[in-house]
Design a protein around this ligand. Structure first.
Ligand code: ZN
Length: 267
């Protein structure tokens, strides 16, 4: 987990604790090539260390294939998907990570009427995004998995990265097509590296593990995050509960957090 993840999880925690709901922990391990079982435990450890709990852990996406297949069949019967024969490399990129699962598709196969059998990807017939719901190699697309999970697990509120804000209409369409109520959705600010790119594995210095090894305490890190989010005027050690009042009374920051705002962390 890196600092951007911690910031988003903190906001989700505050959102739930402020409204008296239940916080669900879900391992979104739909990309089987990239997700290893040990990652899930490392994630739980990081959350516990930060003092951010959850109420219930729900089924990981890697175990939900039957539900996703059922949803896909439903969409297929409704004429809402088409088979896409574009190259596998493009499809892999599409499900590589949530934030990359969206984006415009040139529409190459939309009206070709390709049969659904064999190694074809399944795309949603809605807007230029034409979300990948199943990859040609059979792997599930994150957009389908997350909508089916939210629907089946009774999720009413979602808080996720600002980079997914553009895809809200496709998500709402998918919820509706599958007969689910759309959850209400808030978007958390992204955290950027010195290269102005969204934090990722290549910014290893921002992983909680490496910050912990440099001697940062959980309270100090939460203080840095809280100050960047505008909940406290200056970074000072704090606990998640200390931020509830500020969360309730202040608008959610939208602009990305640049590395210059949290220089001590990069030192
Ligand atoms: Zn195609």
């Amino acid at each position: 987990m890196h600092l951007g993840h911690a910031s988003t999880y903190l906001l989700a925690w505050l959102q739930v604790r402020a409204t008296g709901g239940q916080l669900l922990l879900r391992m979104e391990d739909v990309d089987r090539q990239r997700c290893k079982a040990s990652f899930a435990e490392a994630w739980r450890e990081d959350l516990r260390w930060l003092g951010l709990n959850w109420d219930r852990e729900v089924a990981p996406q890697s175990t939900r294939g039957e539900a996703y297949q059922e949803a896909l069949s439903k969409l297929q019967s409704a004429g809402l998907i088409f088979a896409c024969r574009c190259r596998r490399k493009d499809m892999e990129e599409a499900v590589r990570a949530p934030h990359e699962a969206w984006g415009n598709y040139p529409g190459t196969c939309a009206d070709k009427g390709f049969p659904f059998d064999g190694a074809v990807a399944m795309r949603l017939r809605y807007t230029a995004e034409a979300l990948v719901l199943r990859r040609a190699d059979g792997a599930w697309g994150y957009p389908l998995a997350v909508v089916v999970d939210d629907g089946d697990q009774g999720v009413t509120h979602v808080l996720r990265g600002q980079d997914l804000a553009d895809s809200e209409s496709s998500q709402a369409f998918l919820h509706q097509a599958l007969g689910y109520a759309s959850p209400s959705c808030l978007h958390a600010p992204l955290w950027l590296g010195p290269d102005t790119q969204r934090l990722s594995k290549r910014h290893g210095a921002m992983s909680l593990r490496s910050l912990r090894e440099k001697g940062w305490s959980a309270e100090e890190l939460l203080g840095q995050i809280a100050a960047a989010l505008g909940y406290i005027p200056e970074p000072s050690p704090c606990h998640p509960e200390d931020l509830l009042t500020a969360y309730n009374t202040q608008p959610l920051r939208k602009e990305p957090v640049s590395h210059a705002e949290v220089l001590p962390l990069w030192a």
